[in-house]
Ligand binder design. Sequence first.
Ligand code: UDP
Length: 462
Amino acid sequence: MAPSTAQRRPHAILVAYPLQGHVIPSVQLALKLASRGLSITFVNTLSVHHQTLRANSPTTDEEDVFACARRSGLDIRYEVVSDGLPLGFDRSLNHDQFMSALLHVLSAHVEELARGVEGVDCLIADTFFVWPATLARRLGIAYVSFWTEPALVFTLYYHLDLLRRNGHFGSNDNRDDTIDYIPGVPSLEPTDLPSYLQDTDTSTVVHQIIYKAFSEAKRADFVLCNTVQELEPSTISALQSTKPFYAVGPLFLSASTSTVPTSLWSESDCTHFLDPKPDHSVLYVSFGSYAHLSKRDLTEIALGLLDSRVSFLWVLRPDIVSSDDPDPLPVGFVESAGDRGLVVPWCRQAEVLKHRAVGGFLTHCGWNSVMESIWCEVPMLCLPLLTDQFVNRRLVVEEWRVGTGVEGRPRREKVAKKIGEVMIGGKVREGLVRKIGETRRALENAVVVGGSSEVEKQYEVR
Ligand code: UDP
């Protein structure tokens, strides 16, 4: 991306959505844009800011998470705004109240902040916010919508009216046949849609957010997406015929990455467990930062892991079942696993996936996890739980064939069998390893100088 004026750096305010899977790529985008010569004011919510500081002490004692990036010459300022809820409020347990605050309160705080920052040309905000186009128009600046999921998910939300008109969304009696009319999208089954589009109750706060956010996104000057052109060519081309839409991913590769703390939880060191293990022998298991499991499903997964006899490293967030049930594993699970298993509340996933001992990833298919897994050439076993994860599974399993799925509800026998297919040599694993190598090369080619995610995109600052 190149500034259109030689004298002054364009200045963008970049507002990160206050969830882990959005903060990480937003920080990477800020670093990427700053390294291309933009001035960035990066905005976190106060809650994310405090959680980041708490999680990363003692490695960070700076109030400003970008201080180090600035010392290395990047022009990034850092600001925080309140989301309107008290700091100690449990946003995971009270999800709807949290979403309501994002819907109704946050924009006023961002506006107040933006009016106090001098010389701003552009607002870059996560597509899931419900106010950026309106706010940018009021401020007389451009709006760039930042989408942290695949282009395929963007296009499904973008064409919500088409899905509704065709009876695949929005009624109690949705059609259950193939969806084959979305521009640039291969045929999809209704079960491949984001979970919110599979819901029959469409009056929830999340639905209000989706309607409003995408009516704002349609008014964006352009969209930046954390994907790769070569992975989703037809979807991206179709979107580009409706508005400027640029693939700029994968966004976890910035040189300054390690200097900016982004984790919302303390990361356990897993090297003592991984180092002695043979190459590709450990299954990494994580369901990300946001999704929850029922106790029944968690029990079946745990028993399947034990039955598989494969070594595993499992990230089990203390709230994975509920904040009220911080120890949901079956009684005696850790003892039965012995040296074969390690359970931690959170880890440095990017480092774990890179470790030579890791040979597979049992994943919920969060988009960052999918991109990281491909980058590290770790085949996936997909168990989507929520939101875009069903669409991402479709891409991983059916389009790119870099993973296989645990179809339907997890059952102990099925989980153990599927782990065996992914981890133990044989036709399935060999096919996955070959395809993931090819797909990784597509990602690599996108981020070399002149690659599809790196080519300069000229834009006019209005
Ligand atoms: N992550 C991490 N440590 C963990 C689990 C996850 O650092 O123990 C990171 C992971 O590398 C990814 C992000 O958290 O960048 C999760 O994003 P994703 O889109 O995969 O899932 P979400 O949390 O949004 O459901």
